[in-house]
Design a protein around this ligand. Structure first.
Ligand code: PLP
Length: 455
């Protein structure tokens, strides 16, 4: 039998070298199993990917059917029925004004396409002087060079800095740490919009291509929701200067926060919207860039050609998987489930951690929640970075048959620890109870180990 130990002899260049990973062999519903038969509740959907859980029969059947018909046809020669149907479905559910969909194979590719499309748009309409992107610190937009450059996580960027395009970064929306004691959430949001306005003035408004932001920040800061009115202010500011707004909903989109797109809850529509993860639910690698019709029209009137492309754009099996995932979400009313189970999750987390001495904040929206861990709750002091508390929590959770998505560097890329939860939309109230119980044990065991000096 293939057991975890045989994989110590790996030829795979894993993310971390010298570690023995369990071998995943099967998945069903919210559960993954390894080669030793151990079961794990997937409370993070991997990295907020598996929105329908694992082995969903309808998605598997749709992929089989598509493979039997056609797996691949290069997009410079053909379109396919399934890509057209998926695009129709996505446009029908998209924010106001979105007219077309550019398919890619993941989140970073979606961001790269957005950056290049935004730049080329201004070339098409005769504003080639626009060359700057503005983004936010503590955001994550992917690991390819363009995406890494707009990303605002200092640690991820550091060693690649000489290769990155110059991007201006402004403050994240991080109420727990940055809102003043006498400041209302609305006033805090306005202050951040003013900061962005000052940065745009510094660069010269006619030199700026776009502002890039995650609607709800995911991996690097742990489910940071925007202050009320913040994105409306950002939208107005961008419009005033003819600057594009690129929203990155690779992680927070496609239903995770209870609406198909997180920006619906902000009352705004972006110019370009990136989606991935929950689009295909992990059944196939697929991402997409949703594009305002106005931008499509500019390309059509101009060169008629987007100077970009990859071999696997609009892959037929990936489109079939994504179409099936989206149909199940609609048929089974999973956006409502996301909201309701999200309330259960918040209530459970609040009950378990609301008075926990080392949990400073419980935040998020829908089935996209996080806890921020602190050494001192009153002073909001983080644990020392070298303790790598987040890594311990991940280990302790795995030992208890629980997958969560902890990360360090929450505050500035170095300091701070959070644990992100993003369970499948099909999770039950009872499973949420198990998730929070196991997480509670994992957090307590990790902190006890620090106190015991076993680091
Ligand atoms: N954008 C956001 C908000 C993400 O969370 C991620 C991945 O976590 C990406 C982009 C990059 O996506 P991918 O890893 O599919 O390239």
């Amino acid at each position: 039998m293939l057991c975890a130990m045989t994989r110590a002899m790996t030829r795979v260049f894993h993310r971390t070298l010298g570690r023995t990973l369990p071998v995943a062999v099967s998945g069903s519903g919210v559960t993954l199993r390894d080669a030793d038969g151990k079961a794990y509740i997937d409370a993070s959907g991997g990295a907020a990917v598996s929105c329908l859980g694992h082995g969903h029969p309808d998605v598997v059947a749709a992929m089989h059917a598509q493979i039997d018909k056609l797996s691949y046809a290069h997009t410079s020669f053909f379109t396919t029925e399934v890509a057209e149907e998926l695009a129709d479905t996505l446009v029908a559910g998209a924010p106001d004004g979105i007219g077309q969909v550019y398919f890619v194979s993941g989140g970073s590719e979606a961001i790269e396409a957005a950056l290049k499309m935004a730049r080329q748009y201004f070339v098409e309409i005769g504003q080639p002087e626009r060359r700057h992107f503005v983004a936010r610190r503590q955001s994550y937009h992917g690991n390819t060079l363009g995406a890494l450059a707009v990303g605002g996580n200092a640690w991820r960027r550091a060693q690649f800095a000489p290769l990155l395009i110059d991007v201006a970064h402004v403050s994240p929306c991080y109420e727990y740490r940055d809102r003043g004691p006498d400041e209302t959430p609305e006033a805090y949001g306005r202050r951040l919009v003013t900061e962005l306005a000052v940065e745009i003035e510094r660069l010269g408004p006619r030199n700026v291509i776009a502002f890039v932001a995650e609607t709800v920040v995911g991996a690097t800061s742990g489910a940071l929701t925007p202050a009320p009115g913040y994105f409306r202010g950002v939208r107005e500011l961008c419009d005033r200067h003819g600057i594009l707004l690129i929203l990155d909903e690779v992680m927070c989109g496609m239903g995770r926060t209870g609406t198909l797109h997180a920006c619906e809850q902000e009352g705004i529509s972006p110019d370009l919207l990136t989606i991935a993860k929950g689009l295909g639910g992990g059944y196939q690698p697929i991402g997409a860039l949703l594009v305002q019709q106005r931008i499509v029209d500019a390309f059509a009137r101009g060169s008629g050609f987007f100077q970009h492309g990859h071999t696997y754009l609009g892959h037929a099996v990936a489109c079939a998987a994504a179409l099936a995932v989206q149909r199940v979400i609609t048929r089974d009313r999973l956006l409502e489930a996301c909201t309701r189970r999200g309330e259960d999750l918040r209530a459970s987390l609040t009950q378990r951690f609301g008075a926990h001495p080392h949990v400073g904040d419980i935040r998020g929206r829908g089935l996209f929640m996080a806890i921020e861990l602190v050494a001192d709750r009153a002073a909001k002091t983080p644990f020392e970075a070298k303790l790598k508390l987040h890594a311990r929590v991940k280990q302790e959770a795995m030992a208890r048959g629980l997958m969560v998505y902890p990360m360090g560097g929450t505050i500035d890329g170095r300091l701070g620890d959070h644990v992100l939860l993003a369970p499948p939309y099909i999770v039950t109230t009872q499973e949420i109870g198990q998730i929070v119980d196991r997480l509670g044990e994992a957090v307590d065991a990790s902190i006890a180990a620090l106190a015991g000096g076993s680091h």
